[in-house]
Write a protein that binds this ligand. Structure first.
Ligand SMILES: [Zn+2]
Ligand SMILES: [Zn+2]
Length: 126
């Protein structure tokens, strides 16, 4: 196998450089076939890609998740299998904030965790 090794070495003066190029090419090929990255990734509940339009998803400031409208409107059942009032976060089950103060307090908490959406929302409150 020493002959073929020599050939490879002849082609690439520096083997590490050669490997790097191959890796880079692989990534760019993958990028080519990938769809443009969605703004907020996938829904954390159903793992479907979030729609790009705002009405198709909703930001929850309790856990800082973007949740798709399908999961937001999905019926929620309690332990007995009864449909319950769906006024909770579908992801972490935190009840929705009732007052603006609650909302701001939650956004503040998210902001401490460097949540860019919370920062943006807080900016809108002031
Ligand atoms: Zn979903
Ligand atoms: Zn939540």
């Amino acid at each position: 196998m020493s002959t073929s090794d020599t050939k490879v070495n002849d082609l690439c003066e520096n083997l590490d450089d050669c490997k790097l190029n191959v890796e880079e090419k692989k990534i760019s090929d993958e990028e080519l076939f990938k769809q443009p990255p969605p703004q907020h990734g996938d829904c954390p509940i159903c793992f479907l890609r979030l729609p790009t339009f705002d009405t198709g998803k909703r930001y929850y400031n309790c856990c800082g998740k973007m949740i798709c409208s399908g999961c937001i409107h999905a019926p929620v059942y309690d332990d007995q299998g009864n449909e319950v009032d769906n006024q909770k976060c579908p992801f972490c089950r935190t009840p929705h904030p009732k007052t603006n103060e609650d909302i701001v307090r939650r956004e503040m908490k998210r902001m401490e965790k460097d949540d860019p959406i919370a920062m943006f929302n807080i900016g809108n409150y002031y």
